[in-house]
Ligand binder design. Structure first.
Ligand SMILES: C[S@@+](CC[C@H](N)C(=O)[O-])C[C@H]1O[C@@H](n2cnc3c(N)ncnc32)[C@H](O)[C@@H]1O
Length: 443
C-alpha cells in the first residue's frame, strides 16, 4: 500500500479529514506527496494512524514515516516555541566547530561516555565552558547526556569524526557563514534581484573583496584543504553517484570493451578525483582512461593515496577543453557554482571538444522540485547564491541553460532528495547516439 493510500485509509477510518473537492478525495494527500500542502490540514490523529502499519525496514518506508513524523511535530509545536528555536539555531554551527576543535567527537568515539571535567582536562578548557557547549549539542541530539555532566556518543557524533564531515563543519563555519553574514543588507541594496556577477556578490560584499570564492581559496591553503576534503565526502550519507544513477550503462552502453584505452570520463572541476575513483570502483568492467581536471592549486594538493588510476591535469574550465572526443565530460556540482552566463561558457568550452554521435556531458546537480524541498537543498541554494552568485536550478532553468549552449538534454535521471543527472548531447545527437570512439589530448 502506498503512503497516500495509507494516509487516506486512516483518514477514512477516523472520518477526520475532509478534502477540498469531495469528488476527488485523493487530492489533498497527493498534493502532500508531490511537495505541496493540501488545501486542508491532515489531522494529527490520521497522521499518527498512518505511520503505524508502515514498513520500518525499507528505505521508502523510513522516508515516509519521517515525513509524517515531521508533520506531526509541526502540528504539535507552538509557533512561538518553534520561532524561538529557529532564531536561536544561530548557535549550532559555531558550537559544533568548538566541540570538534576541543576533540569532543573523537573522545566520545574512543570512550563512548565522558564527563565534562575529562573533556576540560584533555582540551585544556574550563569545565564550565565545556558544559555550556555540550548543552547545545545535547539539545540537538548530537550527543546524549547520561547523567549530570556525563555525555554519550551518538551516530551523529561518530559522523563528525570522519575527516570529510569534520571539514564540512569548518567550511560552513569559516567560509559559508561569513559569506551569508551580510546577505540581507546585500539583497536590499540590490533590490532583491539574483546576483549575476561572481566578483561583486554577497561573498565579496561580506568579506570586502573583489576575489571570487575559488580565487580566495587558492591563496589560503588551510581553508582550501578543508573545502576540497569536504567535497570528497559531501553528501556521503547518500549512495555514491554511480549507484544513484545507472552510470555504467549511461557511459558504456554500446562501447565494446576493446576500447578500454580511450578516455572514458573527463571529470571537469573534479577536485581530488573522488568521483572518478568511485566510478572505477563500482564499474564491472575496466573503466578506460579517467582524467580529472581542476585548478592548478587543487591538482597540486591531490593526496597521493587518491591518485591511483587517474590522470590529473590542471585546466581552467573557462578555456577550451583540451581532451577531444571523450565519451563523457562530468560536471558534478560545477554548474550550481556559477550564474547563467558563466555556466553557459563552461558548457560551450566542452561542446567544441565533443565528438558528434559519441560524446556526452553528464551534469550532476540538484534538479530543484517546484514543491517543498528539504531544508538542506533550499539552504544549499542560498549557499550557492551567497558564495558564488550561483544557483540550484529547476528543470526549466536547466533546459534553458543547455538549450542556450546549443546542446540537448537527452534524459534527466532523478536520484535521491532532488539529485539529478542530466545526460546532455550535441543537438544533432538528440535521438540517437552511436559509438564512434576517438581519443586525442591536445596541447
Ligand atoms: C563544488 S566543487 C565540486 C568538486 C567535485 N566536482 C565534486 O562534485 O565533489 C567545485 C570545483 O570546481 C573547481 N573549479 C573552480 N573554478 C575552476 C576553474 N576555473 N577551472 C577548473 N576548476 C575550477 C574547484 O576547485 C572545485 O574543485
Amino acid at each position: 500500500m502506498t503512503t497516500e493510500a495509507q494516509i487516506l485509509e486512516a483518514a477514512r477510518r477516523l472520518n477526520k479529514v475532509t478534502f477540498k473537492t469531495p469528488h476527488s478525495p485523493h487530492r489533498g494527500v497527493s498534493e502532500l506527496a508531490a511537495g505541496f500542502s493540501p488545501s486542508e490540514t491532515v489531522s494529527l490523529e490520521s497522521l499518527i494512524c498512518s505511520i503505524r502499519d508502515r514498513d520500518t525496514r525499507s528505505s521508502q518506508g523510513k522516508i515516509s514515516i519521517l515525513e509524517s513524523a515531521k508533520e506531526i511535530v509541526r502540528q504539535l509545536e507552538s509557533p512561538d516555541g518553534r520561532a524561538m528555536e529557529l532564531l536561536m539555531s544561530f548557535s549550532i554551527v559555531p558550537t559544533l566547530k568548538i566541540a570538534m576543535d576541543m576533540g569532543v567527537f573523537k573522545m566520545l568515539a574512543i570512550r563512548s561516555r565522558i564527563t565534562a571535567s575529562e573533556i576540560a582536562h584533555q582540551a585544556k578548557a574550563e569545565e564550565e565552558f565545556v558544559v555550556r557547549i555540550m548543552r547545545v549539542l545535547v539539545s540537538i541530539g548530537v550527543v546524549t547526556i547520561l547523567s549530570v555532566r556525563t555525555y554519550g556518543s551518538t551516530r551523529l557524533s561518530d559522523f563528525f569524526t570522519v575527516p570529510a564531515n569534520a571539514a564540512g563543519i569548518c567550511v560552513v563555519n569559516d567560509q559559508a557563514l561569513r559569506a551569508v553574514s551580510r546577505f540581507s543588507e546585500y539583497a536590499a541594496a540590490h533590490s532583491y534581484h539574483n546576483p549575476t556577477n561572481t566578483l561583486t556578490g554577497p561573498f565579496q560584499f561580506a568579506l570586502n573583496t573583489f576575489e571570487s570564492w575559488f580565487s580566495w581559496l587558492s591563496t589560503r591553503p588551510h581553508e582550501a584543504a578543508n573545502f576540497n576534503l569536504f567535497m570528497t565526502g559531501f553528501r556521503n550519507s547518500k549512495p555514491a553517484w554511480p549507484m544513484q544513477f545507472p552510470a555504467e550503462s549511461i557511459i558504456f552502453s554500446g562501447i565494446p570493451s576493446s576500447q578500454d584505452s580511450s578516455v572514458t570520463v573527463v571529470d571537469v572541476g573534479g577536485g581530488f578525483g573522488h568521483d572518478l575513483s568511485l566510478f572505477a570502483e563500482k564499474s564491472t568492467r575496466k573503466p578506460g582512461r579517467l582524467v580529472c581536471q581542476d585548478q592548478e592549486s587543487v591538482i597540486a594538493t591531490v593526496p597521493s593515496e587518491l591518485a591511483a588510476g587517474i590522470e590529473f591535469v590542471a585546466h581552467d574550465f573557462f578555456r577550451e577543453q583540451p581532451v577531444r572526443g571523450a565519451r563523457a565530460y562530468l560536471l558534478k556540482h560545477i554548474c550550481h557554482d556559477w550564474p547563467h552566463a558563466l555556466a553557459l561558457s563552461i558548457l560551450k568550452n566542452i561542446k567544441v571538444a565533443m565528438e558528434p554521435g559519441y560524446s556526452k556531458i553528464l551534469i550532476m546537480d540538484l534538479v530543484m522540485p517546484e514543491g517543498k524541498v528539504p531544508l538542506a537543498a533550499a539552504s544549499l541554494d542560498v549557499a550557492m547564491m551567497t558564495g558564488f552568485s550561483g544557483a540550484e536550478r529547476e528543470e526549466k532553468l536547466w533546459m534553458e541553460l543547455v538549450d542556450d549552449a546549443g546542446l540537448s538534454v537527452r534524459k534527466i535521471w532523478k536520484g535521491q532528495d532532488g539529485d539529478g543527472l542530466l545526460e546532455v548531447v550535441l543537438e544533432e545527437d538528440k535521438d540517437d547516439i552511436t559509438t564512434k570512439p576517438r581519443l586525442t589530448i591536445a596541447g
